[in-house]
Design a protein around this ligand. Structure first.
Ligand code: NAD
Length: 243
């Protein structure tokens, strides 16, 4: 897939990995629909997009509070199509299982699994008519290997990997590809909040001995969007952490 003039919707793209992806797709000449919870896009990000002469729209919506069918329709109508959907928005609410509250479980399952499921369902219906499309789900190595203190997050991210495979089998008939990216530890707000002790322990487990950068995940999304013969895969980007 050539990315020039393709339309990409990236959920939760006002910071971190999603923001890097928005900039990377814009650099390739794609039209980018950026989503976040705040009413306006922060001026620094607007400036970065203007520097790239990016064609973009900002769609403010809290996806846990939104009707996802309506959100999908509004996003689709911005450019009259969506070629690439990146289900990126995600949260974690880490606690050991015995101390995990119902709400910690429900919220993580809601944003990290339920939202990608229903948003993909709504967008894929429209992509079916075009007989082309690409979906990228942001999962995690935690969804493959598990992690103490992240039973809710591991369940959501593992669910997303299963969903990716099933949706890929169904959607292939209409030339729509569905893949996932499983990062290890990437330097974002999500990992910034970990204690220094936890970070040091994690670094010891990474053969490349550093956290990943958001642009290294963005490059993987570009690769998946451009390669028309990959579907149903989960690409691990973790500095060797899970070798
Ligand atoms: P982040 O916390 O920096 O950013 C998350 C984004 O999601 C933000 O833009 C936030 O505004 C948005 N978001 C949160 N709740 C939302 C809601 N209700 N509606 C709409 N948007 C909402 O996280 P990140 O590190 O950039 O992670 C991005 C994705 O990558 C997530 O799915 C995460 O689980 C996954 N991931 C991250 C890492 C990592 O090490 N950072 C590792 C593996 C997987």
């Amino acid at each position: 897939m050539k990315l020039k003039n393709k339309v990409v919707l990236i959920t939760g793209s006002t910071r971190g990995i999603g923001k890097s992806m928005a900039l990377a797709f814009a650099k390739k000449g794609a039209k980018v629909i950026i989503n976040g919870r705040h009413p306006d896009l922060d001026p620094e990000f607007q400036e970065a997009l203007s520097d790239l002469s990016a064609d973009y729209q900002y769609l403010s919506a809290d996806l846990m509070q939104s009707n996802l069918k309506d959100f999908a329709k509004t996003a689709w109508d911005l450019y009259g199509k969506i070629d690439i959907l990146v289900n990126n928005a995600g949260i974690n609410r880490d606690k050991m299982l015995i101390g995990m509250r119902d709400d910690d479980f429900d919220q993580v399952i809601d944003l990290d699994l339920r939202v990608p499921f229903f948003l993909t369902k709504a967008i894929i219906k429209k992509m079916n008519r075009e007989r082309s499309g690409c979906i990228i789900n942001m999962t995690s190595i935690v969804g493959i290997h598990g992690n103490a203190g992240q039973a809710n997050y591991a369940a959501a991210k593992a669910g997303l990997i299963g969903f990716t495979k099933a949706a890929a089998r169904e959607a292939a008939l209409r030339h729509i590809r569905v893949n996932a990216i499983a990062p290890g530890m990437i330097d974002t707000d999500m990992t910034e909040k970990l204690s220094d002790r936890v970070k040091e322990n994690i670094l010891k487990q990474i053969p490349l001995a550093r956290l990943g950068q958001t642009d290294e995940i963005a490059k993987t999304a570009i690769f998946l969007a451009q390669n028309d013969y990959i579907t149903g895969q989960t690409i691990v980007v973790d500095g060797g952490m899970t070798i």
